[in-house]
Design a protein around this ligand. Structure first.
Ligand code: GRF
Length: 203
């Protein structure tokens, strides 16, 4: 039987503003073909978990230190995704490494949002404020955000959506981070979820 909504899981570690953007997009009709059915965090105190609970979305916390190693950590996440019959996995500020075993198991089903225009300021070591510090140090006049498929190469999967954001002369990494989130991340991540969800249910 054809589903009417793709089942989406969001993996988080922190504040969850991107998760919130997806939840809001679902409420206001920007996301029509997908529904967040599960939020998984790898940090017990991630505020994203509160956002999920407030929206009535089931949550799961998987702590690496409580697992025997990377394999068991990924196995627990994969088991939950399979149990909830998840079609699309969204990494939204998920600060854990996923091995090739994991990304290969869910090929072209995992997407991530990165706060720069890939291939600039991406890859190992480029996360959080560091991305914006590097952009300012280089003196770029335009930066932005990218949604891409996740494979075994950090920030290396095919690009799905990008949006450019202006850099201003007196920007600080914090100011730039917020502008990139507001103008780009919180827009293109929900847009990518909708685009891929529509594709999934048409399959
Ligand atoms: C975002 O900047 C995202 O691009 C990066 O991590 C940050 C997560 O923020 N991957 P939040 O938890 O969604 O607020």
């Amino acid at each position: 039987m054809r589903k009417n909504k793709a089942r989406v899981a969001v993996l988080v570690s922190g504040g969850g503003t991107n998760l919130q953007a997806i939840i809001d997009a679902q409420k206001n009709g920007v996301i029509r073909h997908g529904e967040v059915r599960l939020v998984i965090a790898n940090k017990a105190d991630a505020y994203a978990l509160t956002r999920a609970r407030n929206a009535g979305i089931p949550t799961l916390t998987v702590l690496k230190k409580e697992c025997g190693g990377q394999r068991e950590f990924e196995e627990k996440i994969a088991a939950a995704l399979e149990m909830h019959q998840i079609d699309l996995i969204v990494l939204a500020g998920f600060m854990a490494i996923l091995s090739k075993d994991f990304t290969g198991r869910f090929e072209r089903k995992i997407i991530n949002v990165h706060p720069s225009l890939i291939p600039s300021f991406c890859g190992a070591g480029f996360y959080g404020l560091r991305v914006h510090e590097a952009a300012l140090a280089k003196g770029v006049k335009v930066t932005g955000a990218t949604v891409h498929f996740v494979n075994e190469i950090p920030d290396g999967g095919e690009i799905i959506l990008q949006k450019a954001v202006k850099v201003y002369p007196h920007d600080t990494p914090q100011k730039l981070q917020l502008r990139v989130m507001k103008q780009a991340e919180w827009k293109i991540l929900p847009a990518a979820v909708e685009m891929l969800s529509a594709k999934i249910i048409a399959e």
